[in-house]
Design a protein. Structure first.
Length: 215
């Protein structure tokens, strides 16, 4: 019997989520046990509920990075990466509010924070790096080019809600963050709640215009 790739991806995501949930419950149980058997620890019911909520938030807002792409542009005699697209999806099916998502970029010399532009559009027949949405974002914010979003949750409600949702975060690098071959950039995805996702991307040789960034 042949299993479809979507089914396999869903089962894998479910399996990973189950492992994380089990680990989280072990942590919660251990915390509860320490509270019960240690008279020196004074934790209220509200504090205990907050521990559970924070743990669940971290699980349910976990964002996976599927690939990172960049595009080289010719400036004078040099090739620079000016645009980056990072393909993301939720680990499990759950509402993830991306309206307050922040991105931190660090090139080793400077650190810059960029916020969501509230611009997101379906890719349709457009080329990824020539999509019209690039003209609507600035160097101090980012947008989304959506490849899979059956209920338009990201486009209409700024929410990822299924582990089948796929979207590219698109970033126009500021001029002082342009990348040449061999440059490294640390990118942090910082949600309003949950786990911060960090990737380090490195620019390869410009053998083609569009390149896979090493991370």
């Amino acid at each position: 019997m042949k299993i479809k790739s979507d089914d396999m991806n869903n089962r894998a995501a479910t399996g990973i989520a189950t492992v994380i949930l089990i680990a989280s419950f072990i942590i919660i149980t251990a915390t509860a046990a320490s509270v019960l058997f240690d008279d020196n620890i004074n934790v209220s019911t509200e504090d205990y509920e907050n521990i559970i909520k924070e743990t669940v938030d971290e699980i349910s807002t976990y964002i996976q990075i599927k690939e990172a792409l960049g595009k080289y542009y010719q400036i004078d005699e040099n090739q620079y990466i000016q645009k980056i697209a990072i393909l993301i999806k939720p680990l499990i099916s759950n509402n993830i509010d991306i309206s307050n998502l922040m991105i931190k970029i660090n090139n080793g010399n400077q650190v810059k924070f960029i916020s969501y532009s509230e611009k997101s559009e379906l890719i349709k027949s457009s080329s990824l790096f020539e999509h019209p949405i690039w003209d609507a974002i600035q160097q101090d914010n980012f947008g989304f080019i959506v490849t899979t979003d059956k209920d338009r949750s990201l486009i209409d409600y700024n929410t990822l809600n299924s582990n089948t949702d796929l979207a590219y975060i698109i970033i126009k690098l500021p001029e002082d963050f342009f990348m040449i071959s061999g440059d490294t950039l640390i990118i942090n995805l910082i949600p309003s709640t949950g786990i911060i996702k960090t990737i380090t991307v490195q620019a390869p040789m410009p053998m083609t215009k569009v390149v896979s960034l090493i991370y």
